[in-house]
Design a protein around this ligand. Structure first.
Ligand code: RUB
Length: 307
């Protein structure tokens, strides 16, 4: 078992698996592998699952979708710990498959709902690379609306290039800009809407997403451009109800400068916080909500955790 778990942990750490939704799905998939590996009895399998879950959760700290999916699967496992091994396996395998399907359905539901918010001839700006946002834009394009997209390159790891490449592949007109051109581009190129993904959303509606998101939200406010977040509810934080915050990941200096510069320190946070007052709406699989409505969805969806 540990081979697959370690492999997933390494792939998440190295960012070969990245983006909050993919991280959550890969973790659930890995736990599915653990559920179906050799064990003497249910107790042993449960403890293997707990160990694997802890390892997976430690892979990256900021996307709450990762602990949310692991915690949910462990919760279901614990509730079924009295089952005999085969039954336990069967039950948990079905629950994990179900969970993964829910996530896949959620991203499509968000595209369906979100596409209604995008108008013909809209110019959209996006930051980083979010599968949820790309899927939504793809759907808009498939519906025949003419849109074009501006992607920030998203230093230091250039996920914006991945977005641009994907959009070009789907034949959506796309322009890549350096991060520091965001304000000028939003103003001079008449951006209509900003749409970004999410790593974590707190119960008070604050968003944590790729570093640089918050300044784009400030620009959007200044220029009166809608700032929209596309996020599955798996990225909502139940822990935030009791005041817990996620750790903002700091990544190595070598991502910013190729070699050490004598006397120069590098600060390389991977995410930042955009406060709820800068967010016009959040598109979820349950519908379009204002950031103030996150709390009630958290209470409903994560009741199992909050109890
Ligand atoms: C990715 C990032 C994405 C969110 C949402 O950061 O900030 O906007 O994770 O992505 P990193 P998705 O590249 O550091 O993982 O919609 O695919 O879940």
């Amino acid at each position: 078992m540990s081979f697959d778990v370690d492999k997933t942990v390494k792939a998440i750490k190295d960012m070969r698996i990245r983006g909050a939704l993919d991280i959550a799905i890969a973790s659930a998939d890995t736990l599915y592998g653990v559920v179906n590996s050799e064990a003497r009895d249910t107790n042993e399998l449960l403890s293997m699952l707990r160990d694997a879950g802890e390892k997976l959760k430690s892979a990256r700290p900021t996307a709450i979708s990762l602990p949310n999916s692991v915690n949910y699967i462990i919760y279901v496992a614990e509730r079924n710990k009295d089952l005999a091994l085969d039954e336990f396996r069967e039950k948990l395998s079905a629950e994990i498959k179900n969970f993964i399907n829910e996530q896949k359905n959620a991203i499509d539901k968000i595209a369906e709902i979100g596409s209604r918010l995008v108008d013909d001839n809209d110019r959209i700006l996006t930051h980083c690379q979010s599968d949820t946002v790309i899927n939504l834009l793809r759907r808009v394009n498939e519906e025949g609306k003419e849109i074009d997209v501006i992607c920030t390159e998203t230093r230091p790891r250039y996920q914006g290039r991945i977005s641009a490449r994907l959009l070009a592949k789907y034949k959506i007109p796309v322009t890549l800009i350096v991060d520091s051109a965001a304000f000028l581009a939003m103003k001079e190129l008449n951006v209509d809407k900003v749409i970004v993904g999410a790593d974590t959303i707190y119960a008070n509606g604050d968003l944590i997403n790729k570093i640089g998101t918050s300044q784009i939200a400030l620009f959007a406010k200044e220029l009166d451009i809608d700032f929209i977040v596309a996020s599955e509810s798996i990225k909502f934080s139940p822990e935030s109800v009791i005041g817990s915050k996620v750790v903002i990941e700091e990544r190595p200096a070598r991502e910013v400068i190729r070699s050490h510069i004598e006397g120069v320190e590098v600060f390389n946070p991977a995410f930042d916080i955009t406060h709820a007052e800068y967010i016009d709406m959040i598109i979820t699989e349950f519908g379009v909500i204002p950031p103030q409505a996150v709390y009630s969805i958290v209470r409903e969806k994560f009741g199992w955790k909050l109890r």
